[in-house]
Design a protein. Structure first.
Length: 152
């Protein structure tokens, strides 16, 4: 992910359908901050959120690894967003599988995915890459699900 990805990332993270389980779609400035956060993460941790594209170079979305704190624990999380028009084709599963393997190669002992209880597609992806429901944690007046698996 670089500054050159801003148009694509702003369209992705600004789409209310893609962001329906987030508090709100992101503005262009917030999409820029998202890219900056990823670039910082590459430098600090050797991983972050990466751009997903087809073999022809068409933009699909993002997927990658970030450090997240949830319920008093800090773990590496796999995250993914796919353009609305390209969902349901297996892209998130393929990308998340590669990210799970990258987390293991980077020495992470445990991998999680933090998911809204109604976000069934995201839970399907988590299960397909081997994560299982571990905990439900209070979040924003409701609950958030933590899927996870040991990588060792
Ligand atoms: C979650 C997301 C990344 C999945 O991307 P994708 O490329 O469509 O995922 P895949 O095609 O690899 O797999 C999607 C799975 O969800 C299932 N699915 C899709 N829509 C569904 C729905 N409305 N209800 C139930 N399952 C659904 C698919 O059937 C598939 O599971 P299966 O292979 O067992 O049939 C995509 O839906 C997305 O971008 N959502 C918005 C952003 C988001 O919520 N990200 C996750 C934050 S935790």
């Amino acid at each position: 992910m670089t500054a050159d990805d801003l148009d694509h990332m702003a369209a992705l993270l600004g789409d209310p359908e893609v962001m329906r389980y987030y508090p709100a779609p992101k503005t262009r400035a917030q999409a820029q901050a998202w890219i900056d956060w990823s670039v910082r993460s590459y430098a600090e941790h050797g991983f972050g959120l990466w751009i997903v594209e087809t073999h022809d170079g068409d933009f699909v979305g993002d997927c990658g690894l970030t450090w997240q704190s949830v319920g008093g624990e800090r773990h590496v999380e796999v995250g993914y967003h796919v353009r609305a028009g390209l969902q349901g084709r297996g892209y998130a599963t393929e990308a998340a599988t590669a990210c799970r393997d990258a987390a293991r190669a980077a020495g992470a002992e445990h991998l999680i995915a933090i998911i809204h209880p109604r976000n069934v597609p995201s839970q399907r992806v988590a299960r397909k890459i081997g994560l299982r429901l571990e905990r439900s944690v209070p979040h924003d007046g409701g609950e958030i699900l933590v899927y996870g698996t040991d990588l060792t």
